[in-house]
Design a binder for this molecule. Sequence first.
Ligand code: HEM
Length: 358
Amino acid sequence: MSVQTPLRLLRLRLPSGPVSRVTQRRFQSSQGRPRKSKIGLYITAGALVLGGGYVYSHADKFGLSQSPSTTGTALKKLSKPAEKDYQAVYEAIAEKLEEGAENYDDGSFGPVLVRLAWHASGTYDKETGTGGSNGATMRFAPESDHGANAGLKVARDIMESIHKRFPWISYSDLWTLGGVVAIQEMQGPTISWRPGRSDKDVAACSPDGRLPDASKDQRHLRDIFYRMGWNDQEIVALSGAHALGRGHPDRSGYSGPWTFSPTMFTNDFFKLLLDEKWQWKKWNGPEQHEDKKTQSLMMLPTDMALIKDKSFKKWVDIYANDQEKFFEDFGNAFSRLLELGVPFEEGTKPMRFKTLNA
Ligand code: HEM
């Protein structure tokens, strides 16, 4: 489907000077075909402001609420789905990442699917065993209306179209699997994933305030992440997901991408955090930092806390210098994040999915 928007006309070329150690790679096609999106050095200044807002308010133009063709075995009720059945769901999601995304953000729905999986899981409270991905309670208001979840309807609608094709999978398994697909297809590490989540009703919705508030400092980060059971190293590793995607003024209020390749999973978030000079952005929006050189990248106050705090910074240094270590630690932490509070059946084996181009 083609969507006519003026956004493409607004794309600006960023200054091409070296950005220190940062990989200025383009998003490689997962199937060897040319990417529809121009990312990497091409960051759309206009889209910083307009992109998310336009698409969010025109979601059905982008095919987000369309029913996909529902054919073949996918629709069958499966009494005991096997790994190959989940691999089929994986592939269906992977094929959706760029479908209709030509004029959406940076050309991929991958980042917003990662955010959905994380926000579904990051409500976990280890003391009470409540929250977490089991339940997919963000299907319901009030949880879908929590400020932190603004904009995630885009992702839930994509998942809805997949669910129509594979109605045997729970939404909670589907949303977490969506995060796995997005990370892997955006060249990130392989993520072990286990099925077994079941959906709950509205009564199980998490209370507001369980997800982090980007305007806060390191104490808040620790309050939120320790509540889920993480340590400092894991907080930093998970934060590396901000290599992907961007802030949207109409969602969180923040604006802009963290890296020059926001649809490619890299350790660039850490490199940029260390190598660039960050200054307060002068604007009417919430307090955020921008890089001095291009003024096109952003850091949230909570991102800056990762280099202000000694114990966090130690890990930023390590991950900036060792992408392999980052991939390994992120992969393990993200896999565990998606499993917080999930009562798996004994003996449920982790699955590792093949990417589309494998
Ligand atoms: C450390 C605390 C964190 C804070 C305060 C935070 C805050 C935010 C904010 C304000 C946005 C912008 C949302 C928008 O306007 O669309 C965002 C986007 C994003 N966050 Fe985080 N986040 C945190 C941790 C994480 C973690 C742990 C992950 C995943 C493991 C993650 C993944 C993402 C992704 C992929 C996006 C981009 C979404 C898009 O482009 O649509 N974040 N985050």
